[in-house]
Ligand binder design. Structure first.
Ligand code: F6P
Length: 359
């Protein structure tokens, strides 16, 4: 009979529960006596020994439920191996919980920061199997993260809804989408929603090129333009700044985000009305879509199998439609970014989509 810990850490997304269900069903199917300890609010639960001894029923009826039944938290620590104030050593605390509960392994669902900590715990001798969660799709080593497809659907719907009103009023609309430092979500939703201009962090934009793209549409009698802009998009001038200089500039900017600054510049330059739409956390909410449910179930089942076969120190990853274990040390600390030279960018350009850097 195995004793398995499970936790969800970092920002939530739509298919966390579907993925845990896949893991749990696989483990209970192999041995109905399996004990699953669900740690509450991510690593915090592991650190402070807050857990629920789950029952098979807890994993029923959650395939379509967004969020996470275990709760989540952002990582509450930085220098993870050293004791913090008052001498509390968080890593040792997590190891103690693992040891005291006599766990055989820990299944960890999370994004980049979570994978880094999972790797650290693996290096510290815990048996870890991890799963790639995030709407950002930026986890290194996997073609696909669960949560991504559902977020693409929501972001696409936001762009879809803007088309008619943009056309009626002859306005420029900027739809600002999540994705943290990468542009996967904006790229996919931008293409799916028929955006005219797509701005990504990986491809710093030139303001004159953005303006030219809008002007060309106006000249062609299109009356409106839709820009899908990643929250991490950056201008070519700003991309020249050091990280510190850029952070200072952002902190002193009167604009809440890159879209508002860009919108004001376009409006001032063209005299055409600009509106900003920020779907924000709606992109992480609600039920997983059908595709994500399949991705999550497959990843969950594969992770369950990895637990049963003792393939520890690895993340279950999607590669060429197969699920393979990838060593955590290959994943930790890296970011998967959009390649500006990739086929998808070329194909989008071939269809006339501007990436705001065509001058
Ligand atoms: O990583 C997922 C994500 O939604 C990013 O796209 C976004 O930048 C960030 O989390 C928002 O974080 P929070 O939920 O802490 O506001």
């Amino acid at each position: 009979m195995m004793r398995v810990g499970m936790l969800t850490s970092g920002g939530d997304c739509q298919a966390l529960n579907a993925t845990m269900r896949g893991v749990a069903k696989t483990l209970y199917n192999a041995d109905p006596d399996t004990q699953i300890f669900g740690f509450e609010e991510g690593y915090r639960g592991l650190m402070y020994n807050d857990y629920i001894l789950m029952k098979p029923n807890d994993f029923s009826g959650i395939l379509t439920k967004g969020g996470t039944i275990l709760g989540s938290s952002r990582q509450p620590f930085k220098l993870m191996r050293v004791p913090g104030e008052n001498g509390f050593n968080k890593v040792e605390a997590m190891k103690a919980t693992y040891r005291n509960l006599k766990l055989d392994c820990l299944v960890i669902l999370g994004g980049n920061g979570t994978q880094k900590t999972a790797n650290l715990l693996s290096e510290e001798g815990l048996n870890i199997v991890s799963l790639p969660k995030t709407i950002d799709n930026d986890i290194y080593g996997t073609d696909m993260t669960f949560g991504f497809q559902s977020a693409v659907d929501i972001a696409t719907n936001a762009i879809d809804c803007i088309h008619t009103t943009a056309a009626s009023h002859g306005r420029v609309f900027i739809v600002e989408l999540m994705g943290h430092k990468v542009g996967w979500l904006t790229l996919h939703a931008g293409i799916a929603g028929g955006a005219d201009i797509i701005l990504l962090p990986e491809m710093p934009y030139n303001f004159d090129a953005v303006l030219m793209a809008v002007k060309q549409r106006n000249k062609a009698g299109k009356r409106f333009s839709i820009l899908a802009v990643a929250e991490g998009a950056i201008s070519q001038e700003d991309a020249q700044l050091s990280k510190k200089e850029y952070q200072k500039k952002k902190a002193n900017s009167p604009f809440p985000s890159v879209s508002y600054e860009l919108g004001k510049r376009i409006q001032d330059a063209l005299g055409q009305e600009v509106r900003i739409v920020v779907p924000g956390h709606t992109q992480r909410g609600g039920s997983p879509d059908a595709y994500d449910r399949v991705v999550a179930s497959r990843l969950g089942a594969a992770a369950g199998r990895m637990v049963l076969e003792g393939k520890y120190g690895c993340m279950a990853a999607f590669r060429n439609n197969e699920i393979v274990p990838v060593p955590l040390k290959e994943v930790a600390g890296k970011l998967k970014m959009v390649d500006p030279k990739s086929d998808i960018i070329r194909e989008a350009r071939d269809m006339g989509i501007s990436f705001g850097n065509e001058l």
